[in-house]
Design a protein around this ligand. Structure first.
Ligand SMILES: *Cc1c(COP(=O)(O)O)cnc(C)c1O
Length: 380
């Protein structure tokens, strides 16, 4: 059966590493250590090494990671947290759940990441944190963000759920992994992410020892010693079976990123020169690991292109169709918001299939279809 070209091929990826994964899963089942235990410690240690030695606290999901990180800052009800308006939902969700005030700012039209000048304009004495989101696989401009944060005594929590494995190079030439530059980094191991498990999972990381101790307590019911609860916490753990899968997949992470980068460069070359298409731009710092390959389609043609591709068995997705301030759950917080770049991106963006196993021929086919569509966009 031909299922067409999906956004991802997780089954194809598993088939390639099945032997290694199955052995580690069986080990966990044989050990009957399903919660915490040695495999979770092993994964946290591997991850710490990969990130250059930060403290790692694994947890139940990327959304939990963001909530735990914000709780660790011990902010007061009503404190302001700045986030990009063109974004996944988790960030605003946890801000509102904790009684904090989300301040939505516009993004950069080239990198789709939070705009530095818009952050600057939004800072008041109530601002206590910024949560830059490294969107689609590319870092936000962390050096500029850290500089604003330092000047104003504000915390920075990096939402690295989409860019795990990407790097950021600052003007002094120092290269760091995304998520390790701010005070606290958060990531998700949701199956579709760059480092994905086979269920839910996440991690919080920091090089600050005090934050690390607090985060560890918060993720474990606010306790350091069992049954002695010092602060309000929650129950958020990475499953041992997921940790087993992640120890294997971490070893493939950079290879998978390189495979997606190669796919992105083929897309770039094949789609160059089509007037209605804006190719994804790279910032002049760091790497882009292409969690998504996201085009901008102008002249209102996105919907018909998406339909045209679907008829030819090619999936495509709109990340994201609505600015956060137009999501029904949050419109009452932002009655007058209208941020021009965010608005435009929401009406133009279209993400194409991208995954390590995507073949050159398949990319060629997708690009041929796109070129055919633009050769005669009104035919269908
Ligand atoms: C996926 C994602 C999250 C949430 O991760 P979950 O593990 O699904 O909770 C948070 N932020 C961004 C930017 C994401 O893409």
């Amino acid at each position: 059966m031909n299922e067409g070209i999906q956004m991802l091929d997780l089954k194809g990826q598993y088939d390639k590493i099945k032997d290694e994964i199955d052995i580690r899963i069986q080990e966990v089942i044989d050990s009957a250590r399903f919660i915490k235990g040695p495999i979770v410690a092993e994964f946290e240690s591997d991850l710490s090494q990969y990130l250059g030695g930060t403290h790692i606290i694994s947890c139940g999901s990327g959304t939990d990671a963001l909530q735990i990180a914000l709780m660790a800052l011990d902010l007061k009800c009503g404190d302001h947290v700045i986030i990009p308006a063109f974004n996944y939902i988790s960030t605003i969700e946890v801000i509102v759940l904790l009684g904090l005030v989300p301040i939505l700012v516009d993004v950069d039209p080239d990198t789709y990441n939070i705009s530095i000048s818009e952050i600057d304009r939004s800072i008041t004495e109530k601002t206590k944190a910024i949560v830059p989101v490294h969107l689609f696989g590319q870092a936000a401009d962390m050096e500029a963000i850290m500089s604003i944060a330092d000047q104003n005594d504000i915390y920075v929590i990096e939402d690295n759920a989409q860019s795990f494995g990407a790097t950021y190079t600052s003007s002094n030439g120092l290269t760091s992994k995304t998520g390790t530059i701010g005070h606290i980094g958060c990531t998700s191991f949701f199956p579709t992410k760059t480092l994905g498990c086979y269920g839910d999972g996440g991690a919080v990381y920091t090089s600050d020892e005090n934050f690390a101790a607090r985060i560890k307590m918060i993720a474990n019911h606010g306790q350091r010693i069992k049954y002695y609860h010092e602060i309000v916490g929650l129950n958020s753990r990475l499953d041992a079976l997921q940790a087993a899968i992640l120890t294997v997949k971490l070893r493939y992470l950079d290879y998978h990123s390189e495979s997606r980068q190669l796919a992105a460069s083929i897309y770039d070359k094949e789609l160059e020169g089509i007037a209605e298409i804006g190719l994804p731009k790279r910032g002049d710092y760091g790497s882009h690991v292409f969690h998504q390959y996201t085009l901008r389609i102008s002249n209102g043609l996105r919907g018909s292109l998406k339909g045209y591709l679907a008829e030819r068995g090619i999936a495509s997705m709109v990340y994201y169709p609505l600015p956060l301030y137009r999501q029904l759950a949050y419109t009452n917080y932002f009655p007058k918001h209208q941020l021009p770049v965010t608005e435009q991106l929401c009406s133009e963006v279209l993400s194409l299939p991208i995954y390590p196993e995507l073949s050159k021929d398949t990319i060629q086919y997708i690009c041929d279809c796109i070129r055919n569509f633009f050769a005669n966009p009104n035919c269908c």
